[in-house]
Structure formats: structure tokens, C-alpha cells
Design a protein around this ligand. Structure first.
Ligand code: NAD
Length: 295
């Protein structure tokens, strides 16, 4: 068996960000517009803080105008909704997101419903989800967009392939399945109530794991030659104050069987940030009523 192709999300994402930086510079030069991206962080979840910091850094490096608003974990739903409304009404912000999870007193669905779909950089608003599900455009959530770009590194043609997505969240599993369907794959969505996950997974030419359970997918679940996309980010406690990040796939086993595989970290994660910026630039251009500028 030939060695698996390692789907390097870090370098693919760097290429996308470099291309976005040129397009943003051109937009500034020719139209005097700097695309603005805002993030609302509520509370002090350590993982969320890292994600928000990385997003702001990548945005600034690509020439976007980043804005970050932090509210305390005790913030009321009204306060969160007020900030969302401020973002909706601010002409300097072209796309924004509310970092999830939110504290228990804040209804995440109500907050997502309040986001202007024309500024919905995450593509979580039901209006965008509906457009994406019915193949009528809309903002595609960043992580599924990143997964598809990684799959394309290994599979130029996907029509007729068996695709299995493990996980059915609105943000990752479901939209990824829809995008695979759009590529004419035969798609199965497996989830926490699926029976015999191993044999479902073994059918997959393209296997996407978006579960949130460290190393759930074992090497023997993988069809030889399959393209494996590992979305999971799971922190494993190693004791003595040390920890490490693993995916939903047992990488060391899977890499021996798969045809192509994403590492964790360095696979889907960096792609999510690059695709979020791509969505924001797209939203900025559609607000201006112009095509995406060339590089
Ligand atoms: P979620 O908790 O919303 O959904 C998890 C899904 O997994 C559910 O649909 C559930 O049915 C399914 N599931 C749970 N246990 C299962 C089991 N034992 N067998 C089969 N299916 C099971 O999570 P999410 O937001 O979709 O995220 C999934 C993972 O991806 C998490 O680890 C998250 O941190 C990670 N994530 C990574 C990125 C990235 O940029 N790399 C982005 C988003 C999410």
C-alpha cells in the first residue's frame, strides 16, 4: 500500500490567505474599502479565546479590519443581542460571527437568528443554511468549505463516490454532507444513534469525522485508499499539567490505510479561518454589488 497523501491544511490555508490579502489590497486601492470582520466573544472559555485570537490575527495579516468585542460570562441575552444589532448596523463591518458556545443564560439560536444574513460570515443563519441546502448559493459555513477544499486536493472527481460524514451538527456535519451531495457523491450521515459505525465508515471513499470524540475512528474502520478528513479537535489530558490535541481519527492507524488524510492540528483548523475570511470578503463584495476582485 502506497503511503497516504497528507492533506496539508496549513499550507493550503496560507495560500488562500495570501490570495485574499492581494484581493483585499486591490479593493482598498481601487474602491477605498477595507473589509471589516468582527467577532463577539462572550465569557472566557480558553479554547474560544484562542480561536478568536487566531481569527483576529489572520484577519489583520490579510488586510481586513478586525474588531473584537468581549462580554463577560455573566452577560445577559439582551446585552448579546444588542451587540449583534450594533454589528448589523455598523457599515464598517461586512461580516461577523458570534463565537460559540455561549453561556447557558443566552439562547444561541435566538442570537444566530438576530445576525443579518448579509453579514453572516459563519453561514449559521437559517436563511443561509436554507440557500446552501437547496443549492441556491448562500454563505457556506467555513469548516465545511475548508473540508471540501482539502478533499479536492485528493479527489478531482467525486461523482459517484461513497461519502460518509460522521456527525450531524448544523455547523459542520449537515452542510458538509450537502456539499458532498452537490458533488454527486452518494452520501451517508452517521451520528450518535447510528448502529455499527465501523461498517458504515468502511463503505466510505470519502470519510469526514466531525464528532468531538478523540480517536473514535480506528484504522480498521477505513477503506483502503479512502480520503479521510478529520474535523475533530479534542484535548487529551496527559497528566502532570500536560495535554495534547487529537482529532476524531486515530491518525497513526489511519495513515497506514487511507489514501489521503488530514493531520490534527494542521488540517481542517487552519482552513476554517481562511474560509471565514473568504466568506467575509465575499459578503463585502456583494454589499458593494461587485465581483470578487482579482489578485
Ligand atoms: P457537535 O457536538 O455539535 O456535533 C457532534 C456530532 O457528533 C453530533 O451530530 C452527534 O450525533 C455525533 N456524535 C456524537 N457522539 C457520537 C458517536 N459516539 N458516534 C457517532 N456520532 C457521534 O460538534 P461539532 O460542532 O459538529 O464539532 C465536532 C468536532 O469538530 C468537535 O471536536 C469540534 O471541536 C470540531 N470542530 C473543529 C473545527 C475546525 O475548524 N477544525 C470547526 C468546528 C468544529
Amino acid at each position: 500500500m502506497a503511503e497516504a497523501q497528507i492533506l496539508d491544511g496549513k499550507s493550503l490555508a496560507a495560500g488562500i490567505r495570501a490570495s485574499l490579502a492581494k484581493r483585499v489590497a486591490r479593493l482598498k486601492r481601487e474602491r477605498g474599502i477595507t473589509p471589516g470582520i468582527a467577532v463577539l466573544l462572550v465569557g472566557d472559555d480558553p479554547a474560544s479565546q484562542i480561536y478568536v485570537r487566531n481569527k483576529a490575527k489572520a484577519a489583520a495579516e490579510a488586510g481586513f479590519l478586525p474588531r473584537e468585542v468581549k462580554l463577560p460570562a455573566s452577560a445577559s441575552e439582551t446585552e448579546v443581542l444588542r451587540t449583534v444589532e450594533d454589528f448589523n448596523n455598523d457599515d464598517a463591518i461586512h461580516g461577523f460571527l458570534v463565537q460559540l458556545p455561549l453561556p447557558p443564560q443566552v439562547d444561541a439560536l435566538r442570537v444566530i437568528d438576530a445576525v443579518d444574513p448579509a453579514k453572516d460570515a459563519d453561514g449559521f443563519h437559517v436563511f443561509n443554511a436554507g440557500l446552501v441546502a437547496s443549492g441556491r448559493g448562500g454563505v457556506v459555513p467555513a469548516t465545511p468549505l475548508g473540508c471540501m477544499a482539502l478533499i479536492r486536493l485528493a479527489r478531482r472527481e467525486m461523482a459517484g463516490l461513497e461519502a460518509v460524514v460522521i456527525g450531524r451538527s448544523n455547523s459542520v456535519g449537515k452542510p458538509t454532507a450537502q456539499l458532498l451531495l452537490r458533488e454527486n457523491c452518494t452520501v451517508t450521515i452517521a451520528h450518535s444513534r447510528s448502529k455499527d459505525l465501523a461498517s458504515i465508515a468502511r463503505r466510505a471513499d470519502i470519510l469526514v469525522a466531525a464528532v468531538g470524540k478523540g480517536e473514535l475512528v480506528r484504522g480498521e474502520w477505513i477503506k483502503p485508499g479512502a480520503t479521510v478528513i478529520d474535523v475533530g479537535i479534542n484535548r487529551i489530558d496527559l497528566g502532570g499539567g500536560k495535554s495534547k490535541i487529537v482529532g476524531d481519527v486515530a491518525y497513526d492507524e489511519a495513515v497506514k490505510v487511507a489514501g489521503a488524510i488530514t493531520p490534527v492540528p494542521g488540517g481542517v483548523g487552519p482552513m476554517t479561518i481562511a474560509c471565514l475570511l473568504q466568506n467575509t470578503l465575499m459578503l463585502c463584495c456583494s454589499r458593494l454589488g461587485i465581483d470578487l476582485p482579482g489578485e
